[in-house]
Design a binder for this molecule. Structure first.
Ligand SMILES: *[C@@H]1O[C@H](CO)[C@@H](O)[C@H](O)[C@H]1NC(C)=O
Ligand SMILES: *[C@@H]1O[C@H](CO)[C@@H](O)[C@H](O)[C@H]1NC(C)=O
Ligand SMILES: [Cu+2]
Length: 159
């Protein structure tokens, strides 16, 4: 009777290590579980637009841009100064450039960017020597309180 009330030390330690293992295992899975894909429509209603214009994303998330009209690019550029057109290859670090993606054949091509840092990234379309960019065809991933999307848009229109 008395022995049944005693704790079995080896059993307890085994339970503890199992719990710790589960926690470590769970924490290792969290990034994969919480990674989100953010969908952005490029050229909705035949417009020179990214929808939405602002994407808030965590490291590991993906942003999938789908071109639904005309012929556009998704290319990172400077926040200010020479904004339009974005340069081939995009402005880095960790910038990106989809190249030209045409929906003229109705294929709705898409481009996926995986977020690898927490820095703001500003982007635009490079089509027509910057005319789309200057018309406001711009977006921001993780803009900040000092580098806002609104200010980037104003910079693009003025560039
Ligand atoms: C898309 O635009 C680029 C740049 O203007 C051009 O070189 C390319 O031929 C266009 N693609 C199509 C399918 O029209
Ligand atoms: C972006 O800005 C940097 C720093 O002002 C400048 O050196 C670079 O030429 C700019 N890039 C483009 C494509 O205008
Ligand atoms: Cu465009």
């Amino acid at each position: 009777m008395s022995s049944s009330c005693k704790k079995n030390p080896s059993l307890s330690s085994s339970l503890i290590s199992q719990t710790m293992f589960s926690k470590v295992f769970f924490l290792a899975l969290v990034p994969a579980i919480l990674a989100v894909d953010h969908a952005v429509t490029v050229g909705a209603n035949n417009g020179l637009t990214f929808t939405p214009t602002t994407i808030t994303a965590a490291v590991g998330d993906t942003v999938t841009f789908t071109v639904v009209s005309r012929n556009h690019s998704i290319t990172t550029t400077n926040f200010s100064g020479a904004v339009c057109p974005p340069p081939p290859g995009g402005v880095g670090p960790n910038g990106f450039d989809s190249g030209f993606l045409s929906d003229l054949d109705g294929s709705q091509p898409s481009f996926t960017y995986t977020v690898v840092d927490t820095a703001p990234h500003f982007g635009a379309c490079m089509q027509a020597a910057g005319a789309h960019c200057r018309a406001g065809m711009t977006f921001a991933i993780n803009p900040t309180t000092t580098q806002t999307y609104a200010q980037f848009l104003a910079n693009a229109k003025a560039s």
